[in-house]
Design a protein around this ligand. Structure first.
Ligand SMILES: Nc1nc2c(ncn2[C@@H]2O[C@H](COP(=O)(O)OP(=O)(O)OP(=O)(O)O)[C@@H](O)[C@H]2O)c(=O)[nH]1
Ligand SMILES: [Mg+2]
Length: 286
C-alpha cells in the first residue's frame, strides 16, 4: 500500500506545546491503544518524555485480548515503565489516581518537608489521535467537559481540567509522527481508527485485517461471515471478494472493506491484539 505519510501543521504545534508544558507538570499520562501498544506509541512523544515521570495507560482494554494486555502491562512494568490498562467507558478509574499518587509519593513528601501542604498534582495527557485521552480525563474529573468523538482529531487545542483541588489535568490534541517507517504500523493505526479515513486505502487495510484474523482467530471469520475453513485457504484478495458478495455489494470491494473495518473496530470479530509482546526486553524504551 502507498505509505501513509503526512504531518499536518496542528500536530507539529501540538507537539511543540507538549514540549513547552513538560516542565509545568509533575507527571505525564501517555496513552496507547491496548490493541497495539507499541504501534500506537508515538516515538516523538516517547523521546520527549524520556526523563519525565510517566504512566503508560493502555486504553480500550475491553476491545483487546485480555491475556495479551496483561502480558503487555507486565512487560512494560518489568522494563521500569509504570503501566496500567483501562476501559474508560466502564468501572472506576480510581486505580489511575492511586497509581499516580504512589508514583509521586516521594515528590509530595519532599514538598511537604518544605512546608508545602495543599499540593496540586498537575498531569498532562498525551497520545495519538482517538486513543481516548479526552474520554479518560472526563472520567477522572467526573464531568463531560472535554469534547470526545469516535474519529481522530476531535481535540483541537490544549485544555486544563480540574479534578478536585488536588489534581489538574491537561488534555492535548492527538499527535502522530511524520512518517511511519513500517508500513504495517500504518495499517494497524488505520484499522483501529487513529488515522483519518480519507488518508488510506480501505482495501489495503481490510486485506491486512483478514490476514491477521486468518492467522490468529479464523473461527471469528467462519462464524460471523459463514466462510468455510476451505475458503479461508484462498488468497486474501479472493476472500475479500467473497465477503463483498456476501455483503450484497456486488463487486464494490471498497465498500466491503469499509464494512469489515467498521465491524472489527466495534469488536464484532471479538477482542484482538495486533502487536505481539516482544520477546527481547532490550527493544523497549529504557
Ligand atoms: N471501547 C472503548 N472505547 C473507548 C475507550 N476510551 C475511549 N473510547 C472511545 O474512543 C473514541 C475516542 O475517544 P476520545 O476521548 O475523543 O479520544 P482522543 O484521544 O481524545 O482523540 P483526539 O482528541 O482526536 O486526539 C470515543 O468514541 C470513545 O468513546 C475505552 O476504554 N474503550
Ligand atoms: Mg481528545
Amino acid at each position: 500500500m502507498a505509505t501513509i505519510q503526512w504531518f499536518p501543521g496542528h500536530m507539529a504545534k501540538a507537539l511543540r506545546q507538549v514540549k513547552e508544558n513538560l516542565k509545568a507538570v509533575d507527571v505525564v499520562l501517555e496513552l496507547v491503544d491496548a490493541r497495539l501498544p507499541e504501534s500506537s506509541r508515538n516515538p516523538q512523544l516517547a523521546e520527549l518524555l524520556n526523563d519525565k515521570m510517566s504512566l503508560l495507560v493502555l486504553t480500550k482494554m475491553d476491545l483487546a485480548d485480555s491475556k495479551q494486555t496483561k502480558a503487555w502491562v507486565n512487560y512494560y512494568e518489568s522494563c521500569g515503565q509504570p503501566a496500567i490498562a483501562v476501559n474508560s467507558n466502564q468501572g472506576a478509574l480510581k486505580i489511575i489516581e492511586k497509581k499516580l499518587m504512589s508514583m509521586l509519593a516521594d515528590k509530595i513528601a519532599k514538598r511537604q518537608a518544605r512546608g508545602i501542604n495543599n499540593q496540586t498534582i498537575r498531569a498532562m495527557c498525551v497520545g495519538i489521535p482517538n486513543v481516548g485521552k479526552s474520554t479518560l480525563l472526563n472520567r477522572l474529573v467526573k464531568k463531560n467537559v472535554a469534547q470526545v468523538g469516535n474519529k481522530p482529531g476531535v481535540t483541537k487545542s490544549q485544555q486544563w481540567l480540574k479534578a478536585g483541588k488536588e489534581l489538574q489535568l491537561l488534555d492535548t490534541p492527538g499527535v502522530l509522527w511524520p512518517k511511519f517507517e513500517d508500513e504495517l504500523v500504518g495499517k494497524k493505526l488505520a484499522l483501529t481508527g487513529a488515522i483519518k479515513d480519507t488518508l488510506y486505502h480501505k482495501d489495503d487495510v481490510a486485506l491486512y485485517a483478514l490476514e491477521h484474523f486468518i492467522a490468529t482467530n479464523p473461527g471469528a471469520l467462519t462464524e460471523r461471515y459463514r466462510l468455510t475453513q476451505q475458503q479461508l485457504q484462498e488468497p486474501v484478495v479472493d476472500i475479500l471478494l467473497m465477503l463483498t458478495q456476501k455483503f450484497g455489494f456486488k463487486d464494490d470491494y471498497e465498500r466491503a472493506s469499509e464494512r469489515l473495518i467498521i465491524e472489527i473496530r466495534k469488536g464484532k470479530l471479538g477482542c484482538y491484539t495486533l502487536d505481539k509482546v516482544p520477546v527481547n526486553a532490550s527493544k523497549l524504551k529504557d
